[in-house]
Write a protein that binds this ligand. Structure first.
Ligand SMILES: NC(=O)c1ccc[n+]([C@@H]2O[C@H](COP(=O)([O-])OP(=O)(O)OC[C@H]3O[C@@H](n4cnc5c(N)ncnc54)[C@H](OP(=O)(O)O)[C@@H]3O)[C@@H](O)[C@H]2O)c1
Length: 341
């Protein structure tokens, strides 16, 4: 299989390379692209691989079976549809196609049936929304959701290399905790701080990140009517997003029933006791659920704490799982790699 990766030098691109190796995806040729050429720019399976400036013409001439985009909305907008029209399967981490009614928004644990035989473009949903939906889907299937509210605690690597660099620079700076550093990836200093703005505001005061969480959660759960509200916050954590989730169920339930549902759910680790933190889950592919409890005097209003590695399950792992699902469905003439989950 010929696999192209646009954004091979970025944090999601690098994680996709690791997961292709881990899951023993049958990659015969890896074709790597970024914004500019680099000789021996990356390493795949222990060998250096050259990186080329991405363009539709260049990638099309390299004849990939699959193109992963882990770059920018601009690059996906410019190249993805043309490459899909040339016959490649496109798996895109940008937000470009996520809400396009022509394409499915697939999380293999949540809605694998959304994949149609003619689909060629597969957006990977927002990282916060993926972690949220892996936790919510089992409740929606078994009991039904009436409403969801979420407050997030999002890692700096969610803003890519620039986010990691911003935190590292502030940690090194003698002005740590001081005024806003010039050119930061964030709306306010991030070291020793929390920043309740990710993206720009819409007319109602939601940020772009909040709008993505709301709209993409509805699409992935197949519930355009679901009440979803979000406040998304950046915190000085390197990797893995945490979310405090408040959900209302369509009927009364118990902690025991929810525990049984989560314990049987794909892609989930349920913690009946204790806590789980970003440091605990960094580098893993599962969504961890802890502190499940009712709101006072209620059996329909519930709370839980969820944590997932957003670079992996929220982006790269989900992208590779989509490819594995397509391989298992016989969309490529190759042997399947490691088991899907
Ligand atoms: N970080 C996350 O947790 C996360 C989660 C979900 C989704 N995403 C999405 O995944 C994508 C990549 O994010 P990231 O965090 O990995 O960003 P990043 O660390 O900043 O890396 C961006 C990558 O894209 C390349 N690139 C930028 N503009 C390009 C262009 N016009 N043509 C070709 N390549 C280009 C960069 O190449 P150079 O090295 O040449 O600059 C780099 O390889 C984004 O769409 C982002 O929204 C990220």
């Amino acid at each position: 299989m010929r696999i192209a990766l646009v954004g091979a030098t970025g944090v999601v691109g690098q994680t996709i390379l690791a997961i292709l190796e881990e899951r023993r995806i049958p990659v015969d040729t890896l074709l790597a692209y970024a914004s500019r050429d680099r000789e021996a720019g990356i390493v795949f399976r222990g060998a250096p691989v050259a990186v080329y400036a991405a363009s539709t013409e260049r990638i099309r001439a390299d004849r990939p079976d699959v193109v992963f985009f882990a770059s920018s909305d601009d690059a996906s907008q410019e190249m993805a549809e043309a490459l899909a029209a040339s016959g490649a399967i496109v798996i895109d981490n940008s937000s470009t196609f996520r809400l396009d009614p022509r394409v499915p928004l697939v999380v293999p644990e949540v809605n694998p049936d959304a994949i149609g035989p003619a689909d060629r473009i597969f957006p990977v949903a927002n990282c916060t929304a993926i972690v949220l939906c892996v936790a919510l889907a089992p409740i929606e299937r078994a009991i039904g959701l009436a409403a969801v509210r979420v407050a997030t605690y999002q890692a700096v690597s969610g803003a890519g290399r620039a986010g990691l660099e911003a935190l590292a620079n502030e940690e090194r700076s003698p002005r740590a905790g001081g005024p806003m550093p010039a050119g930061s990836a964030f709306a306010a200093p991030i070291f020793r701080n929390v920043v309740p703005q990710i993206g720009s505001y819409d007319g109602d005061g939601d940020t772009g990140e909040e709008q993505k969480v709301i709209a993409e959660t509805r699409k992935m759960l197949g519930r355009p009517d679901l009440h979803v509200a979000a406040t998304t916050v950046r915190v000085p954590v390197r990797q893995a997003h945490s979310e405090a989730v408040f959900f209302e169920t369509k009927r009364a339930t118990t902690r025991d029933e929810l525990a049984a549902i989560f314990s049987a759910a794909a892609g989930v680790v349920f913690h009946p006791r204790g806590i789980v933190t970003p440091l605990d889950v960094e580098g893993t592919d599962l969504v961890h659920i802890a502190r499940v409890r009712p709101e006072p005097d209620s059996r329909t209003y519930w709370q839980m704490w969820i944590v997932g590695d957003q670079l992996r399950k929220g982006a790269a792992t989900n992208a590779v799982q989509i490819l594995q699902t397509l391989i298992e469905q016989g969309r490529f003439p190759v042997a399947t790699g490691a088991p899907l989950r």
